[in-house]
Design a protein around this ligand. Sequence first.
Ligand code: SF4
Length: 373
Amino acid sequence: MNDDFKVTPWEVTGEIDYDQLITRFGTKKMDQELIDRLAGYGELHPMLRRGVVYSHRDFDWLLDQYDKGNRFFLYTGRGPSGGTHLGHLMPWMFNRYLQDLFKVNMYFQLTDDEKYLFNENLSLEDTKMAAYENVLDFIALGFEPENTKVILDTKDIKLLYPLALKVAKRVTFSTAKAVFGFENSHNIGQIFYTSIQAAPCFIEDALYGKKTPCLIPCGIDQDAHFRVARDVAPLLGYPKPTLIYNKMFPGLTGSDKMSSSQPQTTIFTTDKPKDVKKKIGNAFTGGQVSVEEQRKLGGRPEVCSVFKYQYYLFENDDKALDDLTERCRKGEILCGECKQLLTKRINEFLEEHQRKREEAKERLHEFLLPDSC
Ligand code: SF4
């Protein structure tokens, strides 16, 4: 069993064993029965068909509630420490799919306070600027202001603070230490912070006086925060927040997570076509050392970052993906050709995304909560 990996809200390292994470965190596998049930609401997203969205907490309960006519709302977010990359877009795209499928409200939290507290090199101005850049990418994915609102922690603290206080009063320092590994050297803002991340789970009570169930689709790395929120929710008379977790979007180096701290191997939403070409050109593949060997032995798509990009985001057609797998294994396609195909796809996507991102600048105000909240 591979134990040599770490997945926390602040650090993801090593080769992740996702099945083992289910045991480690105590979540449930998104099994076939649940996937079949979801298919009854509309077309399944490729991330569900392919196991990219793979684990949950009480999602079956949430669907029972929905079937009885009890609506839920969606909540996800971003810790704004820099530009948005493809790995950030992936869960937001899945949120968009769920919002379309179930026609529910969506709240997007930008934790500028968190990134300030946890990163010595960032000022509050830095995290606020990053939040502005990140939210443009979120809006560019096609969310509508009628049912989608953006929470910026330092701006909307008046709304969040009473909820966060209720949470904070019920989380002991001993629990925070056990869940997050805090030590004496951590600043006291870091210790309090999880209660701010829990607050949007109960936001419709503050906004509309309704204890609406909440669904949080996010990366499995965020589980620690929501374990705490789920323990506290019943003590406050709220339903436990429900979660569905996706795997981490892979890096171009063959690692399990794309990381902003490695800009040369990370594709940002503002990258130019020539940057994308260069980054994909240098990507780690499962190809052989020479053309002859590749033709003879074939490649290994299971370890190839170029293949994983198609699998996670850029090839929605399952049959086309199977064809690519087969051609790779048989040595019928070479890595250079494969990289060209992916580069073209990413650049087409980014061209459209960047256009919508520009439009989002004019529409941002429509997504903000009024200051009086
Ligand atoms: Fe990866 Fe394509 Fe090379 Fe196969 S041919 S190893 S999928 S880049």
